[in-house]
Design a protein around this ligand. Sequence first.
Ligand SMILES: Cc1cc2nc3c(=O)[nH]c(=O)nc-3n(C[C@H](O)[C@H](O)[C@H](O)COP(=O)(O)O)c2cc1C
Length: 322
Amino acid sequence: MRTRLTQMLGIEHPVMLAGMGGVSYQRVVAAVSDAGGFGTLGAATMSSEQLDAEMRGVRELTDKPFGVDLLAALPERMVGDAHKVVEGGASLFVAGLGVPRDVIKVLHDGNVLVASMCGKVRHALAAVEAGCDFVIAQGTEAGGHTGTVATMPLVPQIVDAVGERVPVVAAGGIFDGRGLAAAIALGADGVWLGTRFIATPEARAVTGYKDALLRAHEDDTVISRGFTGKTLRAIRNQWTRYIEEHPEELSKFPEQMGKAVAANALHLGGDENTPVDPDKECYPSGQGVGAIDELIPAGEIVRRIVDEAEHALARAASTVVR
Ligand SMILES: Cc1cc2nc3c(=O)[nH]c(=O)nc-3n(C[C@H](O)[C@H](O)[C@H](O)COP(=O)(O)O)c2cc1C
């Protein structure tokens, strides 16, 4: 399935692994890239040294292209890390929060493409004006930090605003090939999936996270400021309920992260050996979670999504009575 996105990234399938902090480490990134999709390291929870090691790890596991996602909200780290991304052999840099104005030139000079996460049309316009190569339109259904506009209305409006100039990738609540087919019908050039790829053997996750995803229904997530101070969609639990009842205890980003850590509700960069309280822990999740009931190898997910999308597009064409 070729699109402008696959041509730009030099990949086979328009299926991208979201650069999820705490989850998208070398194993799952390499598995997605190796299957013909595009894996993105989630570097927000990594030290600069870890980022180096993870990029090296991906290159040892696959010779396919991969990317790195960082939160542009931490500008003091951006410039140094942009140089590392170039040296580390990544071919894409994704800015998770905000337009990465300070580093676009460094990245382009190093032959690294730049993309920006967008929750509103004006974010996409600003990203393209600043020189980003494509945008990821992320609807409120998404797991992790998220905005207020849903994927269905957001994607076509961003396509109308910038789609003639750059590819648009759809994100938020997409978990199978029907989502890819729908994204293409809305004018997007590919999809960026988070939650579905957490429920894989290769993804890194703190204790209880994958089990919580397998159990959760579509209405078990909530948008809370309780974990980071910014609006973040996660599985509803004791901590999100406590914060709903005590909004006066909230601090801004990033101070609230310290409070969540102190409350034993956030273990950034932890893994399955990290002791956590599953009734309080931050388990970011999108609304597609109700459809996830088994762990599936990440490469298999990529292959299934492409097959299902082809069927869904053919079925859609034959559903319309002429
Ligand atoms: C555990 C988790 C961590 C995330 N961390 C980041 C991040 O560090 N940077 C970023 O750009 N997006 C992050 N996101 C959002 C994803 O990039 C993506 O847009 C989202 O997962 C898509 O929605 P879905 O989960 O419904 O597939 C995160 C999402 C999850 C679930």
